[in-house]
Design a protein around this ligand. Structure first.
Ligand SMILES: Nc1ncnc2c1ncn2[C@@H]1O[C@H](COP(=O)(O)OP(=O)(O)O)[C@@H](O)[C@H]1O
Ligand SMILES: [Mg+2]
Length: 459
């Protein structure tokens, strides 16, 4: 059985509205939330609560448990979840999704949930591998005449000669063309420290040899020392993957030649869709690796925003999935109060979630922001977007925020800057805000308008 390289399929967080958030903003000494840090303002209790959960995740005491962020719209639930993912860092998987994502005409709801659950479970695989490691001192592709071809460019690379040097000695290797391709992909040049895995032929560039550090002062490269020991040796290779990465690598979807599978002996040339059977097979192998001490489970976070969009079937499925061995930590968010559970006719429950499901949650509340906090958040956003607002205008933003909502106020930022530019100002003034505010209504004013003109609208 071989464990080879698996490509990661992590979902990217592309939510620009939260790009000012860098973490939970917790004082490392006291564990208290700072009033303004890491791009977060106020909402201290829920930030502290989530920071505690990060600590529990880091000491692996949280698997299979769930947290619900509940609060009115625009009170920072999604923001705090994003902050949590930043806080956990890249080694803990964090898979964000929105409840409504489960509704697809092609894929079953439960399959989508299962995929996301498996994206949230990390595995750290540690393996002793036979490698050739050293600084590249020679890299020469050897060309031969191609007898099959008649053109002038009839040469092909038949193999490549690589000489690797360590502190102890050096070795010249004759590698075949597929490894040469890997070398090219890794953009290896003379002076780099690399290792080539003996079994798979995959090439990893460790960094640039520090022997070259003085030549390239400006180079934004990582300099590494020339390896000690022999060129040919055993080296511990650590890989962080998720269960979903392994599913893909071993299924048809990941069947390209670049993709090398965890279990090359399993299902060889007989790759299938990601089925339950495949998942079970993978679980079995992973379990065995865990028992052998090769792999370590890293339960990550599955974040389901707008969780009230899930229906009864999904809740039932999740409930069961969270009881399995491979269960992630779930963070849910909702802005609903007592409402009908989707998929039922008339069962009303808090947050639109079945009572037995709610029963297993730890609930963290987020509160509406006050005028002062809204002003600070708007200030932060303006900074990120490179917008300047004068003092008076800042007050106006605060007032608008207090009487409408944080979201609405944020939306006014960009149109106001554009207007300011047209007016020849380099900062937003009260004038622009008043104008933009009349152009775009907030929910309250729009509702009043609807009521007053109801005769003109279709029923
Ligand atoms: N405490 C906070 N500090 C800084 N920015 C915040 C804070 N709370 C919310 N925001 C920002 O306000 C906007 C609305 O918040 P969001 O998290 O989307 O609300 P919710 O998910 O509760 O409806 C987002 O752009 C978010 O980044
Ligand atoms: Mg949200």
């Amino acid at each position: 059985m071989k464990i080879e390289e698996v490509q990661s399929s992590t979902k990217k967080l592309r939510i620009a509205a939260h790009s000012h958030i860098k973490g939970l903003g917790i004082d490392p000494e006291t564990g208290d939330a700072l009033n303004s840090a890491d791009g977060l303002i106020g909402q201290k209790d829920s930030r502290e609560a989530m920071s505690l959960i990060c600590d529990l995740i880091n000491c692996k005491k949280m698997a299979g448990r769930s947290v619900l962020l509940a609060g009115p719209p625009g009170s920072g639930k999604t923001a705090i979840a994003m902050a949590m993912s930043k806080e956990l860092g890249s080694k803990v998987p964090f898979c964000p999704m929105v409840g409504s994502e489960v509704y697809s005409t092609e894929i079953k709801k439960t399959a989508i949930l299962m995929e996301n659950i498996r994206r949230s479970i990390g595995i750290k695989i540690r393996e002793q591998k036979e490698v050739y490691e050293g600084e590249v001192v020679e890299l020469t592709p050897i060309e031969t005449e191609d007898p099959m071809s008649t053109g002038t460019y009839s040469k092909t690379v038949s193999h490549v000669v690589v000489t690797l040097r360590t502190a102890k000695g050096q070795k010249t290797l004759k590698l075949d063309t597929s490894i040469y391709e890997n070398i090219q992909k890794a953009q290896v040049t003379v002076g780099d420290v690399i290792y080539v895995e003996a079994t798979s032929g995959s090439v990893k560039r460790v960094g640039r040899s520090d022997q070259y550090a003085t030549d390239y002062d400006l180079e934004a490269d990582e300099f590494v020392p020339v390896p000690r020991g022999d060129v040919h040796k055993k080296r511990e290779v650590i890989q962080d993957v998720t269960l979903h990465d392994l599913d893909i690598a071993n299924s048809k979807a990941g069947g390209s030649s670049e993709f090398q599978s965890l279990m090359s002996s399993f299902n060889k040339n007989r790759k299938t869709e990601i089925t339950d059977k495949l998942r079970q097979e993978i679980n079995k192998v992973v379990n065995r690796y865990i028992d052998q001490g090769i792999a370590e489970l890293v339960p990550g976070v599955l974040f389901i925003d707008e969780v009230h969009m899930l229906d009864l079937e999904c809740f039932t499925y999740l409930h069961r999935a969270l009881e399995s061995n491979f269960a992630p930590i779930c963070v849910f968010a909702t802005n609903r109060g007592n409402t009908v559970i989707r998929g039922t006719d008339d069962i009303v429950a808090p947050h639109g979630m079945p009572l037995d499901f709610i029963d297993r949650l730890m609930i963290v509340r987020t509160k509406q922001y006050n005028q002062e906090e809204i002003k600070e958040i708007i200030g932060l956003r303006a900074q990120v977007e490179g917008i300047t607002i004068n003092k008076e205008a800042m007050e106006v933003f605060g007032e608008i925020g207090a009487e409408s909502s944080l979201r609405y106020t944020m939306q006014l930022l960009t149109p106001s800057t554009i207007l300011a530019k047209i007016n020849g100002n380099d900062e937003i003034t009260k004038l622009e805000i008043e104008e933009v505010k009349d152009l775009y209504l907030d929910a309250k004013r729009s509702a009043v308008m609807l009521k007053n003109n109801s005769v003109n609208y279709m029923k």
